[in-house]
Ligand binder design. Structure first.
Ligand code: PBG
Length: 327
């Protein structure tokens, strides 16, 4: 028969051939593991909609750091659940705040761990918004000072990476200027540059007790329908001094990940968020899907789209599977 068509199946003939030509390889080093820390002792409370993910007090969290380090996980991102909320979000930047304590504790448990912190105000004020609220308005410019103060306090505690997730305009420039002025030129700025107003954050808001008390986040987080706007957000944050850019959520926004990868030379992160994790866990519990296969396919897809770093609650599962040679 003539060669009137291409023989793609030649390269799929055996497992060895497929392994040889595989283009994308997921590594444990690609994964950043989110952790939720709170005050108290002996607290290890599973989050209802996120099986396998816990609220941890510092003592339990120290054990967790040891466990993930043994599994080969190299980086974490910290979310704090404060003891008190107030209008000034004061626990967000307190020296003895929960995230600041957690940064120091992680450094003690594993000096080589890459420690990132989520920088935001929403968990820390009663309005549950990412900026300061005055007369029902989420103010931009007056929020920048407190957001920068929060980032600085994380850097002072020893964070390697600060990751602002508030979506206020101008925060990257303000944080960079504040860090540099205090001698933290080497603290890395990972911007949640492209963060959509997404229903996929539902389980997180329950976990972090950070659901907005009124309204929604649509005046600062992006409309899921917009792509060109994502490019404008990314360009602004790079011009303001971001070292790395994040897209969030991941699965429904891989077109944006791909474009940022092609357009910019900085590392790109994608956040495989709480709702994405919850959906897979729920379906797996019912026996409707094969969890390992789905997680592997999902994370490989995110990497294939161009992400260098994937923030995922599945990091421990993946590291375990890799350890058992099941990956
Ligand atoms: C706080 C913040 C959120 C997430 C990370 N940082 C929630 C939100 O913006 O409402 C979501 C994380 C997740 O869903 O896994 N600003």
């Amino acid at each position: 028969m003539s060669n009137s068509f291409d023989r793609h199946r030649r390269l799929r003939k055996t497992a060895a051939i497929r392994d040889m030509i595989r283009e994308t390889h997921l590594r444990v080093e690609d994964l950043m593991y989110p952790l939720y820390v709170q005050h108290g002792q002996n607290v290890r409370e599973e989050i209802r909609s996120m099986p396998g993910v816990y609220h941890l007090s510092i003592d339990e969290y120290r054990r967790e750091i040891q466990e993930i380090s043994e599994l080969g996980i190299r980086s974490i991102i910290l979310f704090g659940i404060p003891a008190h909320k107030d209008d000034q979000s004061s626990e967000a930047y307190a020296e003895a705040g929960i995230v600041q304590q957690a940064v120091r504790a992680a450094r003690e448990e594993n000096p080589d761990l890459v420690i990132a912190t989520d920088v935001c105000l929403c968990q820390y004020n009663p309005a549950g918004h990412c900026g300061i609220v005055h007369d029902g308005i989420i103010e931009n410019d007056s929020s920048l000072e407190l957001i920068a103060k929060t980032a600085l306090s994380h850097a002072q505690a020893g964070a390697d990476i600060v990751a602002p997730s508030d979506m206020m305009d101008g925060r990257i420039a303000k944080i960079r200027e504040t860090l540099d002025a205090k001698g933290y030129q080497d603290t890395i700025l990972l911007s949640y540059a492209v963060k959509y107003a997404s229903a996929f954050y539902g389980p997180f808001r329950e976990a972090a007790h950070s659901a907005p008390a009124f309204g929604d986040r649509k005046t600062y987080q992006m409309d899921p329908a917009n792509y060109r706007e994502a490019l404008r957000e990314a360009a602004s944050d790079l011009a303001e001094g971001a070292d790395m850019l994040m897209v969030k959520p991941a699965m429904a926004y891989l077109d944006v990940v791909r474009t940022l990868r092609d357009r910019y030379d900085v590392p790109i992160a994608a956040y495989n968020v709480s709702g994405e994790y919850a959906m897979i866990k729920a379906a797996a519990e019912r026996g409707w899907i094969d969890e390992q296969a789905i997680v592997t396919e999902t994370l490989t897809g995110i990497k294939r789209a161009g992400a260098d770093i994937i923030l995922t609650y599945s990091a421990k599962d993946v590291a375990n599977w890799m350890k058992q040679g099941k990956f």
